[in-house]
Design a protein around this ligand. Structure first.
Ligand code: GRF
Length: 188
């Protein structure tokens, strides 16, 4: 049995998709959801999915006690799914190559501080890129710069808008994030 913890800050559609994907898999359990935003709809989703959700403030998130709590829960993989805070070094060190993130662009382009949510798609469309996509990567102590695990791309079309691109990117995320998580849980 592999034990996942999913960190969220927003709508939680990836959380929903991942939970549904693994609902019939006896080898993977989502132990908890960690949320840093009291207004996130992801909290409601966790509740409806029957997954315990912990709301966390910045001081608590940065504390070694929180890292210890996750260690005590024997978490095998921490999955960031639209989680917007930088992960503290002691948490990364406690879970080497066991924290992953999904970024809605083809890193290393359009990554780093400030490149999140619609800001990413606005920048990609404004630059008239031919392609965008998703990047699933390990998390280190800098934004969006850990080793890349998986990328998938999609072409921008004539008249593409940040919203239409976001929809395409979400489709890629929903397909690939659960599959990559599954592979990592099998290989770990
Ligand atoms: C996704 O596009 C993900 O790539 C990015 O934040 C978004 C989260 O969406 N890191 P949701 O909260 O899963 O709906």
């Amino acid at each position: 049995m592999k034990r996942l913890s999913i960190f969220v800050s927003g709508g939680g559609t990836n959380l929903q998709r991942i939970a549904e994907y693994f609902s019939s898999n006896p080898n993977v359990e989502i132990v908890n959801v960690i949320c840093n935003n009291p207004n996130a709809y992801a909290i409601e989703r966790a509740k409806n999915l029957g997954i315990p959700c912990k709301l966390i403030n910045r001081a608590e998130f940065k504390s070694e006690d929180f890292t210890k709590e996750l260690l005590n829960q024997n978490i095998d993989l921490i999955v960031l799914a639209g989680f917007l805070w930088l992960v503290p070094k002691h948490l990364i060190d406690a879970f080497p190559n066991k924290i992953i993130n999904i970024h809605p662009a083809l890193l290393p382009k359009y990554g780093g501080k400030g490149f999140y949510g619609e800001h990413v798609h606005e920048a990609v469309v404004a630059a008239k890129e031919e392609y965008s996509g998703i990047t699933i990567h390990y998390v280190n102590e800098h934004y969006d710069s850990g080793d890349i695990i998986f990328q998938a791309q999609v072409a921008l079309e004539e008249g593409e808008t940040p919203d239409s691109l976001a929809a395409k990117i979400h489709t890629l995320e929903y397909k690939h994030y659960p599959e990559v998580i599954e592979k990592l849980t099998i290989n770990s």
